[in-house]
Design a protein around this ligand. Structure first.
Ligand code: 3HC
Length: 335
């Protein structure tokens, strides 16, 4: 265990500055050990080729993992490849500003690390780590993992990128709850540095250490989270966005003024309404409704807001639909 912490620390200098956190973290969680210690993750299979899935595939491929991106059909995979191609262009331009040949070499090398597949079983045969980023539906995720549990190698670690469902509930569909955790990435994945690494009561220390290590090898900064609603970021972010909606609903300020206030007064890169449009208003509503049903969070924090419910009912989901609190020029376009 200590050697694993040292490995994480040497890969992530920030971790070396937090020896106390590592100790606290170790004593705060159960440390059941597992017979399987796949510390040498090489092959990653990602289920889901949407914005999050494609982003995870890209970041893994950029950092020399062999990655397979899986989705239900070639059209979905093509969309994922397009997301990766356009993001890689931005990254390449930033890394090699004046050198078109190096940009191309970087893009080609990254793309060569990525395979695509619509065959879930075949795509899981060599996986050391499977990351699921499919639709936010507990049953669908459980069905996928139940199937994968039967076909993936024993040592394979399973992870969900869910933003709001309990990892422990998804893991229950498998017999490898000790090798199951959460890896929660943030949008846009290639740009956002954080990954929340979620461990359930049953996630083994070896599995947790491996996940932390994978994140640092992806050049992300991992933080350890318990399996609680919203983990850390969404637990704070979603109630904040809901409270912003209430300010507007009470007529105290406009969305524009709230956004300007939080950008210029609190230094946030986006105001709460811009962020809500970016995350997706349907996603926000899904998270809040789910938490309210679960009953684990103070009712006042997750009370419904008519403004949000109405926009979602009208199909105004934010950037992805072209209209949210703000209009967008074309799907996912700029304001
Ligand atoms: N791929 C690669 N790089 C990207 C990118 C992408 N898709 N999108 C943005 N970037 C990079 C740009 O290259 C640029 O890099 P640089 O600063 O090093 O040159 C940087 O991001 C800024 O991009 P832009 O100049 O185009 O645009 P902005 O300055 O307006 O920034 C933003 C865009 C990065 C999205 C910024 O507004 C931001 O950080 N917003 C907050 C995002 C956030 O909070 N995300 C978390 C949402 S919650 C979540 O995902 C959890 C889920 O469970 C709900």
């Amino acid at each position: 265990m200590l050697s694993a912490v040292r490995r994480v620390a040497s890969a992530n200098p920030a971790a070396m500055m937090r020896p106390l956190t590592s100790m606290t973290m170790t004593s705060a969680f159960s440390t059941s050990s597992s017979a399987y210690a796949p510390h040498n993750v090489k092959n990653i299979t990602v289920f889901g080729s949407g914005l999050m899935g494609a982003g995870i595939v890209q970041v893994a491929a950029q950092n020399a993992f062999n990655v397979t991106m899986v989705d239900l059909n070639p059209e979905a995979l093509k969309k994922g490849q397009d997301i990766i191609a356009s993001s890689l262009k931005r990254v390449a331009k930033k890394q090699f500003p004046e050198d078109a040949a190096q940009q191309k070499a970087f893009i080609d090398k990254t793309m060569a690390q990525i395979k695509t597949s619509t065959d879930s079983e075949a795509a899981s045969k060599d996986a050391d780590l499977i990351i699921e980023a499919i639709v936010e539906n507990l049953k669908t995720k459980q069905q996928l993992f139940s199937m994968l549990d039967k076909v993936a190698p024993e040592h394979t670690l399973f992870c969900s990128n869910t933003s709001s469902l309990p990892i422990g509930e998804i893991a229950k569909a498998t017999k490898r709850t000790d090798r199951f955790g959460g890896l929660h990435f943030f949008n846009p994945v290639p740009q956002m540095k954080l990954v929340e690494v979620i461990r359930t009561e049953e996630t083994s220390q070896d599995s947790f250490d491996s996940l932390m290590e994978v994140c640092t090898r992806m050049k992300k900064t991992p933080v350890s989270c318990k399996d609680t609603p919203g983990f850390i970021v969404n637990r704070l972010l979603v109630p904040y966005m809901m409270e912003s909606l209430r300010i507007v609903e009470r007529g105290e300020a406009t969305p524009q003024d709230v956004d300007v206030a939080m950008k210029l007064g609190a230094g946030f890169p986006m105001g709460p309404f811009e962020l809500a449009d970016f995350v997706g208003l349907d996603t926000m509503k899904f998270i809040v409704d789910g938490w309210r049903k679960e009953g684990k969070i103070d009712d006042n924090l997750v009370a419904p807001v008519k403004l949000l419910d109405d926009l979602v009912a009208q199909g105004n989901f934010g950037r992805k639909s072209g209209q949210g609190f703000y209009p967008y020029n074309g799907v996912a376009g700029k304001k």
